[in-house]
Write a protein that binds this ligand. Structure first.
Ligand SMILES: NC(=O)c1ccc[n+]([C@@H]2O[C@H](COP(=O)([O-])OP(=O)(O)OC[C@H]3O[C@@H](n4cnc5c(N)ncnc54)[C@H](OP(=O)(O)O)[C@@H]3O)[C@@H](O)[C@H]2O)c1
Length: 246
């Protein structure tokens, strides 16, 4: 498999890179931190990746992101593209909110559009978009983060139907709390916390089966679905009891 992963320099993306390396994929990895990215690439080679190319790419830049994806595809027709890079917001300052939308929404758009162009042309391929359990409904603790994840979740699921006749599969990934540089900074309680390698296994299994939604753990998926389904006044009440970030 020829697999491209954005946000591969740490956390879930790194764990996905390791899992794909173990099955012998040819890997195209990107992130922004050169040193961490090089470490991940080296480990992927040790784990059995067929070939590894790692580049620093800022996914908020459409031209450089497209260039990275198109050059990768020229070397090896991409079978699987993970639009995984993302940030948590921290304090809801104007700067942080803009950055959250820029990376979590436009970064995904900048990754997915070139993948669509290349894959629809040959009538095959799989796109995996990392949203979040936080995208199931409005979370008062992280308004912009939950909004960006709701956006890419809906876009991904709609794209799935739109691209199916063109031979391209789309899966939306909605993890709960997974060990990463994002959760390392969290001080709030993180129920059903999961290690990144376990999350990567669940994600790869779901994506390989072309599942529409890979949302886990199931209990958080159910809770998040319920919160999104109830009238706003009820979700407002429940939101009061959810963990708050400091
Ligand atoms: N961990 C969780 O509990 C959890 C739960 C639900 C969803 N998610 C989602 O999972 C995805 C991966 O996050 P993570 O938890 O693994 O956090 P992480 O360890 O902080 O990894 C985030 C990755 O995204 C990259 N990135 C951030 N901004 C970028 C940009 N502008 N251009 C290119 N790459 C950029 C980072 O690269 P550099 O570090 O090199 O800048 C890093 O490789 C995100 O979309 C996140 O929202 C995480």
């Amino acid at each position: 498999m020829n697999t491209l992963i954005t946000g591969a320099s740490s956390g879930i993306g790194q764990a996905l890179a390791f899992a794909c390396a173990k099955r012998g994929d040819r890997l195209f990895l990107c992130g922004r931190d050169r040193a961490r990215l090089d470490e991940v690439a080296a480990r992927c080679r040790e784990l059995g990746a067929k070939e590894v190319a790692a580049e620093t790419v800022d996914v908020t830049q459409p031209a450089t992101t497209r260039d990275f994806i198109e050059r990768a595809d020229e070397l090896a027709a991409l079978d699987l593209v993970f639009a995984n890079a993302g940030v948590s917001t921290g304090a809801e300052t104007e700067r942080n909110v803009r950055n959250t939308f820029s990376v979590n929404v436009m970064g995904v758009v900048n990754t997915v559009l070139p993948a669509i162009d290349l894959m629809t042309e040959r009538g095959r391929g799989q796109i995996a978009i990392t949203a979040s359990i936080a995208g199931y409904g409005p979370l008062f603790a992280c308004p912009s983060y939950s909004a960006t994840k709701a956006c890419v979740k809906t876009w991904g699921l709609a794209l799935r139907g739109y691209l199916k006749p063109k031979g391209v599969g789309v899966s939306v990934i909605c993890p709960g709390f997974v060990r990463s540089r994002i959760t390392d900074r969290n001080t709030c309680p993180m129920p059903f916390f999961m290690e990144a390698d376990k999350a990567a296994q669940i994600i790869l299994k779901g994506v390989s089966a072309n599942r529409a939604l890979v949302a886990f753990p199931w209990i958080m998926r159910f809770g998040a679905w319920f919160m999104g389904a109830v009238p706003y006044v009820l979700s407002e009440f429940v939101n009061r009891f959810l963990p708050k970030k400091n």
